[in-house]
Write a protein of this length. Structure first.
Length: 259
């Protein structure tokens, strides 16, 4: 499938090992020759550099660190992290979206269907890998709106708490997912309804739609054994994550019945 290769090149970045495997389907480090994604070289301390009028690297670095501290109860400082950042403009996002839409055989034109989420990322997105220098297994992927600094995606790359034990029931996981949504603080559960659910090795992802519509607006990632939140995606990043999972599911289905 063309989209599998395309996504592996362009977005296998954020959301390690996040390449189509869950818990961060967007991060693994984008190849440096990827056309749509530009690696931002790290600046010297004190240098405030803006790229095309959007947020500077230092600002994105601070926002990413703050997001990790907030949602994963850390107290990291800028001296405690290693940081790698990439930039994807809106055209790159549209290209991914068009390819994914084609591969899951959507009926509607993607530019019309996803007009609103695309509008929110008109200036593109920054995608960052944040590594705790004191623990090489403590790595996170963060997606930041390049214009206003909104956190559009966050996930823990390696969840070492995924020990071999019995998974929680669907009802228990839904309860934990709802609690995580409330903890994000930007959504009312009364305005949302559960959509598709994808299970990975030791994790589960719940998708939430705007009530009364088929518009996917939020997804949350949980440890399937403990119910602990390990990530979320919003708006355009949720759409891309959702389509990528649809492509993966279709691919796995085809492979299963080839055997």
């Amino acid at each position: 499938m063309r989209i599998v290769k395309y996504v592996a090149l362009a977005v296998s970045l954020t959301l390690a090992s996040m390449a189509l495997s869950g818990c961060a389907a967007f991060y693994t480090g984008i190849p440096k020759d990827t056309v749509m994604v530009k690696k931002i070289p790290e600046q010297k301390p004190g240098e405030e550099v803006e790229y095309n009028g959007v947020l500077s690297e230092e600002t994105v670095k601070t926002l990413s660190m703050n997001a990790v501290n907030k949602y994963f109860e850390h107290n990291l400082s800028l001296d405690d992290i290693m940081f790698e950042m990439y930039f994807m403009d809106q055209q790159g996002i549209k290209s991914l979206l068009a390819d994914a839409t084609l591969n899951v055989k959507m009926d509607r034109e993607f530019l019309v269907e996803y007009k609103e989420p695309l509008k929110k990322v008109a200036s593109g997105v920054y995608m960052a890998n944040v590594l705790n220098i004191y623990d090489s297994s403590d790595v996170y992927g963060v997606v930041i709106n390049a214009k206003d600094g909104e956190v559009l995606g966050l996930s823990k790359v390696n969840d070492l708490s995924m020990v071999k034990q019995k998974e929680l029931s669907r009802e228990e996981l839904e309860s934990h997912a709802h609690a995580f949504v409330e903890g994000i603080g930007e959504y009312k559960l009364s305005d949302l309804e559960l959509g598709d659910t994808f299970y990975y090795r030791g994790s589960v992802e719940f998708y939430y739609m705007k009530k009364g519509s088929d518009e996917v607006v939020l997804s949350v990632l949980l440890n399937a054994y403990t119910g602990k939140g390990i990530g979320f995606y919003k708006d355009m990043m949720t759409v891309l994550q959702f389509l990528m999972n649809k492509v993966k599911a279709s691919y796995l289905y085809e492979e299963k019945y080839k055997q």
